[in-house]
Design a protein around this ligand. Structure first.
Ligand code: TRP
Length: 359
């Protein structure tokens, strides 16, 4: 079996460091290890429209933003096909057929969709397209026979839904589709990075994100405003680690090398945590440490972004070529799907022959 990697993001805004540790970093790692036959990253504009139907401009404006985010974290267009979902109309057709294999009650049980419906305050007026996007996502994945899906933890219900559709399709028609597996970050702090305000989720609408494109000044301001431990008033007070956002970020980002470089008083995070809990370590100190670590990580990203911002023609061409390539691949799967579903009427003369035989 081939190893095909696929993942994607909705172009509703710039990507932030939660996306970075939650999934982007894993993609770059997979790309650089090279243990795959083909790799795709999709800008999910059609999915983004399912809850932004009245705001197409926002989606359009963010296509290049997200493409720049990908390229600046080190996605290599020579190794990965970056494409735009709506350019591959085969995906819509696949989704239409998969809809017959999923019940309304199954969709209603999807925890991520449930959560999104709540946070968007749709109440009774849930757009049908939004409600059914897990099915469309199954099309995105299966169209490429992708088996490796590096995603954040909130996407697990989509992968599970896709696996069910694959099993149902293969069982009902013919063994055509491939069951995907999600790849999550191994460090649990990376699964869901909280916002700088301590809110469980980093999100644009809460205005609590550190973006990959933020400059040093913005990052500094945000890190120094981070939520820590409200009981840690004097430096000498014992500090708490639990729900202390700075420590959660340190869990996600810091390495022993960072301690050698920026905080040689301690060998590793465990030692720093112990000292903080005992008392005597000020929040400014740990914030400054985190700031230096983030700067080290973000600087090369900013450099690459600068290059691509000055070479937008290149970015445009990458998306165009990626979309064409993706379309060809999806078309191959769609042909097999239609064959399996016996709706391939004109590929040979069998329809006519069968009609005559049945007479
Ligand atoms: N749902 C994903 C998000 O919210 C985007 C997405 C669409 C996706 N299709 C996909 C992710 C297929 C992985 C695989 O960002």
């Amino acid at each position: 079996m081939k190893n095909i990697v696929l993942t994607g993001d909705r172009p509703t805004g710039n990507l932030h460091i939660g996306h970075y540790v939650g999934s982007l970093k894993n993609r770059v790692k997979i790309q650089n290890e090279g243990q795959y036959d083909d790799m795709f990253i999709m800008i999910a504009d059609a999915q983004a429209l399912t809850d932004n139907a009245d705001n197409p401009r926002k989606i359009r404006d963010n296509i290049l933003n997200v493409a720049l985010d990908y390229l600046s974290v080190g996605i290599d267009p020579k190794k990965v096909h970056i494409f735009i979902q709506s350019e591959v109309n085969e995906l819509t057709e696949l989704a239409f057929y998969y809809q017959n294999l999923v019940t309304v009650s199954r969709l209603q049980r999807n925890p991520t969709v449930k959560q999104e419906i709540k946070s968007r305050k749709f109440k009774e007026s849930i757009p049908v397209g939004f409600f059914t996007y897990p099915i469309s996502q199954a099309a995105d994945i299966t169209a490429f026979k992708a088996n490796i899906i590096p995603v954040g933890v909130d996407q697990l219900p989509m992968i599970e839904q896709t696996r069910e559709i694959v099993r149902s399709f293969n069982h009902t028609y013919k063994e055509v589709l491939v069951e995907p597996n999600a790849i999550l970050p191994s460090n649990s702090a990376c699964l869901r990075l909280p916002g700088i305000d301590g809110n469980a989720k980093m999100s644009k609408s809460l205005d609590n994100c550190i973006y990959l494109k933020d400059d040093s000044k913005e990052v500094k301001k945000k890190v120094f405003s981070m939520y820590t431990d409200p009981l840690h008033i004097n430096v000498s007070d014992p500090g708490h680690i639990k729900d202390n956002t700075v420590f959660t970020y340190l869990d996600a980002f810091s390495t022993e090398e960072d301690f050698r470089l920026f905080y040689p008083e301690f060998k590793n995070l465990d030692e720093l945590k112990k000292a903080y809990q005992k008392g005597g370590i000020g929040d400014m100190k740990i914030k400054n440490f985190l700031y230096q670590i983030l700067e080290k990580e973000l600087n090369p990203i900013r450099e690459k972004r600068k290059y691509y911002e000055q070479h937008l023609d290149e970015v445009y061409q990458i998306l165009k070529e990626g979309s064409l390539y993706a379309k060809q691949k999806a078309n191959q799967t769609l042909t097999m799907v239609k064959q399996a579903m016996q709706i391939d009427y004109f590929t040979n003369d069998n329809l006519k022959k069968e009609f005559l035989n049945n007479k």
